[in-house]
Design a protein around this ligand. Structure first.
Ligand SMILES: Cc1ncc(COP(=O)(O)O)c(C=O)c1O
Length: 400
């Protein structure tokens, strides 16, 4: 008699991850000539600085890195935040308000474990998520024993959730709210007023705002405001706010696994404690490279220009069709194709173009609808020529 394993049944409540669902729909993403636009993996050349410093600091691979990183790294991040968001000196204490993380993904997941405490009334804490959303938020909520509440972002690429308008009783139960700006998948930027309302609500009702800003440097017309710049104008320090960012999109280095979390020192202290048990510390050579990269803006400007050229191209090729809205930030197109899964199948079968059905990036809302159903997400991560060829084919094939 073999006893069954006792696995965590909360894992079973999660849908398969979007890329597993895509493989089930289309088969494996192999074969020469395929254009993979389903995953937001930048294909731009990373700045040479990264490889140079990794080679120079290779003698440090035999050391365990401290979970809190190096002082130089924390200073570089604090300096960058100060310049980027015009923060007053002293608002972000490099030693108490900043932690290195192995990319924002693991940090966005793990933060829920640190802030979703047990409630006196025995009810599960609530985690607010935008809908559609980056799927890690839902996994984080489920595994923290919280109740995920999907908050509609409005149809199409137009909206972001306004948590401040939710019923006060729900906000009182809320432990954590995720907000992504620029948003994946819609490319919408949260303006200062929305950020202000959200931060005020977090403070009034005692929840943490997790601001996912990993696309903050890929913007079209103007640099998006950040949660920390709004904290600077609101007063009360960084209370109830943590921001997440990384070099994955800014510096085209998703493989480096290097990011940071910055914000409310109480949350950062709890997070550091949790991470000292279960977080992935960032290796010292990686911290050295990251320090130099947060101090360098030239490569970021060049990277952004390349994305802007592809957005221009997309507007020229697809504007006026598929509900095209020029993304304010990030590098995704969110196109209304009527039936996202059917469109993804057609593109793969006819042109070896791989895109993600929007339904895989959204949950069924209170109204029983999946707001991503009609959409596909197209990642503009390739070079200009590849993008032009793929978008021309896409436009021709989906027009019928
Ligand atoms: C919205 C959003 N947040 C976070 C991440 C994670 O990025 P990383 O862990 O590379 O920083 C991604 C990656 O695609 C993303 O789209």
């Amino acid at each position: 008699m073999v006893k069954p394993l006792l696995l965590d049944d909360r894992l079973g409540t999660l849908p398969d991850y979007p890329f597993a669902r895509l493989t089930a729909l289309l088969g494996a993403p192999s074969g020469p000539g395929a254009t993979v636009m389903s995953i937001g993996e930048p294909q731009h050349a990373p700045p040479p600085l990264a490889a140079e410093i990794l080679a120079r600091e290779a003698g440090l691979w035999n050391k365990y890195p401290p979970a809190t990183g190096t002082e130089a790294f924390r200073q570089a991040v604090a300096g960058w935040l100060g310049r980027r968001y015009d923060l007053p000196a002293g608002l972000v204490d490099p030693d108490r308000a900043i932690l290195p993380v192995a990319g924002t993904r693991e940090a966005l997941f793990l933060i829920a474990q640190a802030v979703c405490g047990r409630r006196d009334d025995g009810k599960p804490p609530v985690v607010l998520l935008p809908n559609p959303f980056y799927q890690v938020y839902a996994g984080a909520a489920a595994m923290a024993g919280a109740e995920p509440v999907f908050v509609p972002s409005g149809d199409g690429p137009t909206g972001l959730p306004d948590y401040s308008t939710l019923p006060p009783a729900l906000l009182e139960r809320t432990a954590l709210a995720y907000l992504c700006s620029p948003a994946n998948p819609q490319g919408k930027v949260a303006d200062t007023a929305l950020l202000e309302r959200t931060i005020r609500a977090a403070r009034r009702h005692g929840f943490v705002l997790a601001a996912d800003e990993c696309y903050s440097e890929i913007w079209d017309q103007a640099p998006p405001p950040g949660a920390l710049s709004v904290c600077a104008t609101l007063g009360e320090g960084l209370s109830h706010v943590v921001v997440f960012n990384s070099l994955s999109k800014r510096s085209s280095l998703p493989g480096l696994r290097s990011g940071f979390v910055a914000g409310d020192e109480r949350v950062i202290a709890a997070f550091a404690r949790l991470r000292s048990y279960g977080g992935a510390a960032t290796p010292l050579p990686v911290l050295a490279a990251a320090t130099a990269l947060w101090n360098d803006e030239d490569h970021v400007v060049a990277n952004r220009d390349l994305y802007r050229a592809k957005t221009d191209l997309a507007e020229r090729l697809l504007g006026g069709r598929f509900g095209f809205v020029r993304p304010e930030g990030g590098f995704f197109l969110w196109l209304d194709v009527g039936d996202g899964e059917a469109a993804a199948k057609t593109l793969w079968r006819e042109a070896a173009i791989r895109v993600l059905p929007g339904a895989y990036l959204a949950g069924t809302g209170a109204d029983g609808r999946n707001p991503g159903q009609r959409y596909i997400r197209v990642a503009l991560v390739h070079d200009l020529q590849t993008t032009e060829t793929a978008l021309s084919r896409l436009g021709a094939l989906l027009d019928g």
